[in-house]
Design a protein around this ligand. Sequence first.
Ligand SMILES: [Zn+2]
Length: 339
Amino acid sequence: MKEQLEQIKGSALAAIAGAETEQALEEVRVRFLGKKGELTAILRGMGAVAPEDRPKIGAMVNTIRAEIEESLSARFGDLKAQSMERKLREERIDVTMPAPEKKVGKLHPITQTSNRMVEIFTGMGFEIAEGPEVESTYFNFDALNAPADHPSRDDTDTFYFSENVLLRTQTSPVQIRSMEGKIPPIRMISPGRVYRSDVADATHSPMFHQCEGLVIDKGITMGDLKGTLATFAKAMFGERTRIRFRPHNFPFTEPSAEVDVSCFVCGGKGCRLCKGEGWIEILGAGMVHPNVLRAGGIDPDVYSGFAFGMGIERVAMTMFGINDLRLMCENDARFLEQF
Ligand SMILES: [Zn+2]
């Protein structure tokens, strides 16, 4: 009996040491200590043991059971620690791994260009004015001295809601809105969207952006206009940029001019950007027509002023070397991330 118990103890301890998982260990426990286990079977067979030997055998069984339980518990603790360690190792976050790339957006080239214009003009003391995109024919045409038969009033060129309401074709109505109820001096710019009934192609779009400018005070001259635009051109296109005025005709200014800047790529020698001209047309300008001043409630005998308007897309395309206006509206990240 004693040898049998020693044998059971030996094989139990060996099985415990060999159990590699918590489940295998549980199977070992059942095999030796369970209801039908080997050690339990010895206790069941005590009836066959001589009565005087029973306490001694019973004590031996209890000692061995305690040893086996202790060994089981120690092994269980080891396996638990091992599996925890394995789990930690497997689930560890590798902080040296490159993180997934985050796409950071940037400002649209139109917005960048517009922001730069605003920055330059506000630096010269201009205020920013706003006007509605849905405008009346009065502000869009009549008050700006556009005669009733002016081609821009034609309903094939303009989006009309009704006879007297339209999507503004220019930012110039903001001139009148800025004059009304104000006493000069006035110095404002107004960047914004304008609309014309054009089919989209490389240089036309039914919606585009303009930046309007207006200065009114006593004694404002063409020299002030020229100085202001020359300062703007140097800040926008580079210190060596020159400007050139060419006579033109606009209903709301007199005299009127189209204004070119010297090509900032070739400096005036002629290149692909300026199409060999050496000059790039960027805006229209002039001295505010007396009729326009009157429409804005300002006395042309006391005050004078100049106004200008430029296409923001045109400037952006020139500066960034973009050759098709439609690219600006396609929202293609591969295009937009270049600027
Ligand atoms: Zn050039």
